[in-house]
Design a binder for this molecule. Structure first.
Ligand code: COA
Length: 428
């Protein structure tokens, strides 16, 4: 294969080296473009721009393939637990039994958070969105572990920060929910596995026992695995770019949480349920909303449809649709919102607009329905996405630091006023 592409600019020929990935993806390496020609490239939304090379996740949007460290998402979702996938993403290999025990025990001893976090939590208004609380609490870990700010972090400090954040994240997530409900927080129960412990902190009431339901724990493991990493998406790119300034892992992950929050990214799962509820209260008039979604003058979009990368189907959506049916059956829940979602999907997939634009249900279309069946309120859905994405953010932050990637700093083409003279206030 030709290892160069030729670019002709102003009569000058430039050889652009090609970089080939392990799955034969090819990139033009333009790192010398500016120094040799004075030109830069523009790619709003980075639709054609690779920000890095990475060993963590492979996805092929045309074929609907998603693999972590070479393992398919289908196999991981059906055979692994979330903590195994965390280990795989962060350390590159599936753990042995001993490695997994060691990893899980290490996480377990870090589930408790400093009591002063309760004071911080108390300061929030009760209606505060849990994503805002979560991102603040995560970045506040830098105050309690200031050694994490030292840019010359040793490997052992990085490993310690990793189990700390994995241990404390579910505690903060559950506490942000308790805060919203005005209920007392529940402390971690380290006799439980990772997901069951989180469920207990979420749903146990002080006056009642909380019984672990394996159907719910399994469903949660699956949902978290399905969200665990997705290469250079908006929040992960944010984590990497914040980390590139040598910020701590806590500050970087906190930035990722904020990037995830918006409805075009992680906030979509909340938006899906809100949209379905709106359609349901509007006489289940699906066609009206399909029409709105197609209308260029109407800002309404079919939430949970479309994806920047997947253009045929989202493999996670396929798994989650089956999981949604399973969970509902096993829990004996008959949710009309699930039926409505299926009908909406069926109608949209036959509609020429959605066919032409290659718009399919994405992972968020059905995840909210399962979360709702488990008992999570909509404002917690995005928190659950963040919880799932946590190992991906950690793995990508770690990889970026280990590869000693440079400070992320894009350029721009300036389109504003040319140089002009300052006008004194009285003359304006
Ligand atoms: N409903 C209706 N039309 C949609 C749509 C949706 N959910 N998603 C995309 N489109 C249309 C756009 O209007 C655009 O039409 P145009 O070419 O006539 O201008 C075209 O499809 C391409 O959309 P665009 O926004 O340019 O694609 P993107 O790759 O930038 O956006 C998403 C991807 C995910 C942001 C987008 O599909 C979306 O907003 N989806 C709903 C939110 C969502 O579910 N997000 C979760 C992602 S996991």
């Amino acid at each position: 294969m030709n290892k160069f592409a030729n670019l002709e600019i102003n009569g000058k020929n430039l050889k652009i080296p090609l970089i080939e990935g392990s799955e034969n993806e090819i990139a033009l390496d333009i790192s010398k473009l500016r120094s040799e020609t004075g030109y830069i490239t523009i790619d709003k939304g980075f639709k054609n721009t690779g920000s890095t090379t990475s060993n963590i996740t492979y996805l092929d949007g045309e074929k609907g393939i998603l693999r972590h460290r070479g393992y398919s998402i289908e196999e991981l979702a059906s055979k692994s637990t979330f903590t195994e996938v965390c280990y795989l993403l962060i350390y590159g290999e599936l753990p042995s039994k001993e490695q997994l025990d060691y990893f899980e025990n290490n996480i377990r001893v870090h589930t408790l958070v400093h009591e002063d976090f309760k004071i911080i939590l108390e300061g929030y208004p009760s209606k505060a969105h849990p994503m805002g609380i979560l991102s603040s609490l995560i970045t506040s870990l830098t105050a309690f572990y200031p050694e994490s700010l030292d840019p010359s972090r040793s490997k052992s400090l990085v490993d310690l920060s990793i189990v700390r954040i994995l241990g404390k994240f579910p505690t903060f997530a559950a506490w942000s929910y308790k805060k919203r409900n005005g209920h007392p927080i529940i402390y971690p129960d380290n006799g439980l596995d990772y997901c069951s412990n989180f469920l207990k902190m979420m749903f146990k009431l002080p006056s009642e026992d909380y019984e672990i339901n394996p159907v719910i724990t399994d469903a949660l493991n699956k949902l978290l695995i399905l969200h665990a990493d997705h290469e250079q998406n908006c929040s992960t790119s944010t984590v990497r770019i914040v980390g590139s300034s040598l910020s701590s892992i806590y500050a970087s992950v906190s930035a990722g949480i904020n990037a995830l929050w918006g409805p075009l990214h992680g906030g979509a799962n909340q938006a899906v349920i809100e949209m379905l509820e709106q359609i349901s209260s509007d006489n289940n008039d699906i066609n009206k909303y399909i029409k709105k979604a197609k209308d260029k003058n109407d800002p309404f979009r079919l939430m949970g449809f479309g994806h920047r990368v997947y253009k045929n189907f989202d493999p996670r959506a396929k798994i989650i649709k089956v999981a949604a049916d399973n969970v509902m059956n096993k829990l004996g829940i008959d949710d009309p919102i699930l039926d409505l979602a299926k009908k909406l999907e069926e109608i949209a997939l036959k509609d020429q607009y959605f066919i032409d634009k290659k718009l399919y249900p994405n992972v968020d279309f059905y995840s909210g329905i399962i979360y709702r069946a488990i008992g999570f309120p909509p404002e917690m859905f995005t928190v659950m996405f963040a919880f799932g994405r946590l190992p991906g953010w950690i793995a990508q932050w770690k990889e970026m630091r280990e590869n000693k990637e440079p400070l992320g700093r894009p350029r721009q083409i300036y389109t504003g006023s040319k140089s002009r003279k300052y006008i004194d206030l009285e003359k304006r």
